[in-house]
Design a protein. Sequence first.
Length: 481
Amino acid sequence: MALRQVRLVAGADLDGFRRAVRALVAAGVPPEEVDWIAADETSLFGDALPPDAPPLSLPRPVGELIRAAVPHRDPERYGLLYGVIWRVLHGERDLLEVASDPAVHRLEIMRKSVKRDIHKMHAYLRFRGVGGVQDPGPERYAAWFEPDHFILEAAVPFFAERFRAMIWTIVTPIGSAHWDRERVSFGPPGTRADVPVADAFEEGWTGYYAATFNPARANPKLMQQHMAKKYWRNMPEAAAIPALIRSASSRVDAMLEGEPTVPLKRKPEGALAAMLDQAPASLAELNAIIRAAGPLVPGATQAVVGEGPERAGIVFVGEQPGDEEDLTGRPFVGPAGRLLDRAMAEAGIDRKDVYLTNAVKHFKFEQRGKRRIHAKPTAGEVSHYRWWLMRELELIEPRLVVALGGTAVLALTGKSVPITRARGPTELLEHFAGYITVHPSYLLRLPDEDAKRSAYAAFVGDLQRVRALGEASAPRRTRAA
Ligand code: URA
């Protein structure tokens, strides 16, 4: 039996693979007759195969598995995928549901590994300023990252979205990506030496990390378990850790003698203080600081920053990101977010027009078996994150700020106020018109269906009032002090 050699471009050649699969299926070539080779040249899968074979009709989960597994480093990925595609097209339509099938099992492991790698890149990549004060152009940033798989193209849209206002380049051993504030272009691989060593911004947030580092929670083993050394090495805040851990026990003693909230309320000093005094000029800058600061309580995958137009008329403030938000890096995408979306749509509010954020920017949880159970933030944690929430509001200057639930009220007013009493328009927010309502997760927790229905109707009613109060005719409030 003559093997058909299919050459694909090195890395994650999704287009080449798709074209080759269509051609092979059209020509009736079974998996055992194909030899998949990932090479450096462009796809040369052969004159013998028709170049424009028609697209295949595959179940959606198969398409998703292809996208998710192609970036894996395993040279056998293409062969395994083609084997699965072939079987699905030849009668085993529900093959992916057979988790014990060896090919499905291996591909599932690859999918998870690629997904984890993308999350790590999103969470651990750090941009550094490039160019000095004498450089008159817009600020430029660069970052070095070493992914385990060929994930650059899959991971980069996240950065384009989050750091839209910056010009940046990401350099990796598998390729580079450049964002010019309009589009991403991909280029050749590079080395760590292509990225400058440190900048003032970095010094600032290393200082910040030191100021907020809680020695009582220092657990180097846990830190390293969550983060391989190759990531750690590239994170400026890591430079502060050994010294902080060395001084941890004396700092714990000092904490015990001092106020219980010392590390949360400690006033930042030095470079960071200067940076904070200046207040970030944009949400992108503010969000870069939040990301750089890292979680107060270890465990979160990444910071979940606010989402929505920079000049939104209405800002919704929730409590803290949940499990799905932590994994995706976006606020309100889990069960409570879906309920909020539905209620907003019924109230005539388009999610795209409003800004959604949280009082606390990192997920805190208790691990129970495989599940990560939401843990309510303490008042100290809420106060730690307050600085960011206030800067967000100052930058957006909304017409109306909506507090969803008690934690948001606490964050916005500094007071613990019962929602049942304060629900509705409020003057409690000093600088902004406010509205207080329940958190959508409260509706999800109600045990009986009737109570759920009427609570949901009341929530939609609140959102209708919110829409009216946030209409464009209302004035934007003055900046907070
Ligand atoms: N709950 C919140 O308060 N915020 C989120 O982003 C998700 C759930």
